[in-house]
Design a binder for this molecule. Structure first.
Ligand code: FMN
Length: 154
């Protein structure tokens, strides 16, 4: 039987162990949705603990349908660099990083079982592209709970 600290492969991504941090909203983003110093400290500290995967909190994909002005956003390019900084640091700790995209209406989110599907679906293409640009290892669609590998797209 595999142990907690054995590797785990899921959809083309090999997690160094089976400890996963669940996505947990921090309600600490800039008003324009960019991650800020809090997120660097928060996720960086979790990564230093050595989980296999950190799934970052739900990031709004639609600026007109945010749960709150301090919710993380992933609808425009300016939001990529602060996320990439977090992802890069966590990668340096040998932790895989996921980003959860939070559609305006999670109940209507289209399930995606590959990044190709996610990129082909207009509702998911932008966050999947942004996650890829931020070098994330996985995207979780908050509506479907399925993970895809944004880097499997050439
Ligand atoms: C403060 C807080 C914020 C959360 N934010 C999110 C979120 O952004 N996205 C999400 O899918 N779940 C969110 N959750 C739910 C957690 O990811 C997790 O599913 C929940 O705490 C149950 O965990 P368990 O299944 O290990 O008991 C949040 C939970 C907490 C306590």
């Amino acid at each position: 039987m595999p142990g907690l600290f054995d590797t785990y492969e899921v959809r083309g991504v090999t997690l160094p162990n089976r400890v996963v941090l669940a996505p947990m909203a921090q309600w600490s983003a800039e008003a324009d949705g960019r991650a800020k110093r809090w997120h660097r400290g928060h996720y960086g500290t979790r990564a230093v603990g050595g989980p296999g995967l950190v799934m970052m909190e739900g990031a709004n994909v639609d600026p007109t349908a945010r749960g709150g002005l301090d919710n993380l956003g992933i609808w425009e390019d300016a939001q990529i660099a602060p996320l990439a900084e977090i992802v890069d640091f966590c990668h340096e700790q040998d932790v895989k990083m996921g980003i959860q995209d939070a559609p305006a209406d999670a109940a209507e989110a289209a399930p995606a079982d590959s990044v190709e599907d996610a990129l082909a679906d207009s509702a998911e293409a932008a966050p999947a592209d942004s996650a890829k640009a931020a070098s994330a290892d996985a995207v979780e669609d908050a509506g479907s709970g399925l993970d895809v590998d944004p880097n499997s797209q050439s």
